[in-house]
Design a protein around this ligand. Structure first.
Ligand code: SF4
Length: 268
């Protein structure tokens, strides 16, 4: 894919990195993104429900390239900001920056922010316009009061600090006004930004290709039986892009942090 000019990333919780690093190298991808929820091993393991996962992941974090002395794929660790972990952000950065100086990026990602009303709107569109009964919008709701004004101010201070550090990156708004808008007006999308659906699609482990990595309900096709080009130009993918063009992201998709441009550290 890379040789054909298609940027390819791979997201994982890291559990099987040790087992599959050779295959990751063979796939010649651009970026490996590893989700680690905390720099406290017990907190990460508890969130994931997998004892020992933190150390297993860290032990193999850079295997997919250092074993062969390669500089690719770039490797990033990925932290999802939640109301309960705002005060952990600096410690997280410092832990990974010092333990893994070869890491390419330490990314802080705004959470999915969905209310039940946004979920219902998303489901209505998928049902009525595309004949699909979605499931990914269920659960994961954040209350509109989950982030207080004081939380937003602390988050803002932490992001300002992190964006001065090498290799830190933020997906979401980094200015205080944008942060307050994100958490206090969840159904208002940021102005002028386009969903990644216009230039990307996601391949699931079973080969099915979907519109969205976070809400993988709309299946465009399957690489077991179709080429990627065929899928990209297919009827469902084309109809979805046309829908977004006319109406913007519906419901829960309106508050996707990826609608914001990624912000990289000024220390690069
Ligand atoms: S809603 Fe967000 S995650 Fe989903 S395709 Fe659009 S930009 Fe990507």
């Amino acid at each position: 894919m890379r040789k054909r000019g298609v940027w390819t990333g791979f997201s994982t919780n890291g559990l099987l990195l040790g087992k599959y690093h050779e295959r990751i190298l063979d796939a010649d991808i651009d970026m490996l993104s590893v989700s680690i929820d905390s720099h406290y091993p017990e907190v990460h393991d508890n969130i994931r429900g997998l004892p020992g996962l933190y150390e297993k992941t860290c032990a193999h974090l850079l295997d997919s390239r250092t074993r062969k002395g390669l500089s690719r794929p770039s490797v990033k660790v990925h932290f999802t900001i939640l109301p309960g972990n705002i005060d952990e952000m600096r410690g997280y950065y410092e832990t990974f920056a010092s333990r893994f100086p070869e890491l390419d990026m330490i990314k802080f990602h705004f959470p999915r922010f969905a209310t039940p009303a946004m979920a219902e709107e998303y489901a209505r569109v998928l049902r009525t316009e595309f004949g699909v009964e979605p499931t990914s919008h269920l659960g994961n709701f954040l209350n509109i009061d989950s982030f207080s004004d004081e939380d937003c101010a602390r988050l803002h201070r932490n992001l300002q600090y992190l964006l001065e550090q090498p290799k830190a990156s933020v997906t979401g708004p980094a200015d205080l006004e944008g942060i307050l808008h994100y958490f206090k007006s969840p159904d208002l999308p940021p102005k002028g930004d386009r969903c990644a659906c216009f230039k990307s699609m996601t391949v699931q482990p079973d080969g099915s290709v979907v519109n969205c990595a976070d809400y993988p309900d709309l299946v465009y096709g399957n690489i077991q039986s179709q080429s990627l080009l065929e899928i990209w130009e297919g009827e469902i993918a084309s109809r979805w892009r046309a829908y977004l063009e006319r109406h913007g992201n519906p419901g829960v998709l309106a508050r996707c942090s990826r609608l914001y441009p990624g912000i990289n550290s000024k220390a690069e």
